[in-house]
Design a protein around this ligand. Structure first.
Ligand code: ZN
Length: 224
């Protein structure tokens, strides 16, 4: 079972930027589209990330329902399907998942399933909104880590199954082809799902981004 209390970054992405690909989850909000691209460009990620946009970002994925998608009813299923497609089908070398929320988010004000949180968010000033985002981001990051761990386990099981099938053959030409297949495809999938970090951030209305999942006192902000 994934321990979600384990921080998977000791320093912020601003001090240790991704060296491979990223999958970015953001809100759909029209006001911050250019700032989101700028944030990713500042981390030298031009054309090195895939993006999923859902109303409310991590909160939308964690809390909101899509009646057209039983049995995976939450938007979470949509996000996970995109992550799995990027890795398994498109073979993106994703080693970082970014969850990017923003302050003054309409989804928190009008779509959050808890009316108390809606009311609290509507009354909050920008600083008071941050812990509400932090809570949703932390919980959704935990779900993403669990999904990644389960995909990794699935890939390991597939590798073991293929491995045993090869072991049952003589080491003739067929056996050799079998080993080639196992090492090339099944093991690549195991590697694709390991060592993926999940980081989360909140953007203010000027486009300034703060990372919230790093150790105490290191809530780094990208300097402009
Ligand atoms: Zn929003």
């Amino acid at each position: 079972m994934t321990n979600c209390n384990n921080q998977n970054r000791l320093v912020s992405v601003f001090d240790d930027p991704p060296r491979s690909n990223v999958l970015l989850l953001s809100c759909m909000d029209q006001r911050l589209l250019d700032d989101t691209v700028r944030f990713m460009n500042e981390l030298n990620l031009q054309n090195r990330y895939d993006q999923v946009a859902l109303a409310g970002g991590a909160m939308g994925a964690l809390q909101l329902l899509n009646p057209n998608l039983p049995p995976a009813k939450r938007w979470q299923g949509v996000f996970e399907a995109h992550l799995a497609t990027a890795i398994n089908v498109l073979h993106r070398p994703i080693k970082d998942v970014f969850l990017l929320d923003h302050l003054d988010c309409g989804a928190y004000k009008y779509l959050h399933p808890d009316p108390d949180i809606q009311a609290k968010y509507r009354k909050a000033d920008l600083c008071q909104m941050v812990p509400l985002h932090q809570n949703e981001l932390k919980n959704f990051a935990c779900e993403v880590k669990k999904f990644i761990a389960s995909e990794h386990k699935k890939a390991e099981d597939e590798f073991d199954k293929a491995h045993s099938a090869c072991d049952s053959k003589e080491l003739d030409k067929e056996g050799k082809q079998c080993w080639d297949y196992v090492s090339k495809l099944a093991w690549e999938k195991v590697e694709a799902w390991q060592n993926i970090r999940v980081s989360y951030f909140v953007m203010d209305l000027l486009g300034k981004v703060k990372q919230l999942d790093v150790p105490n006192g290191q809530n780094a902000t990208l300097p402009y």
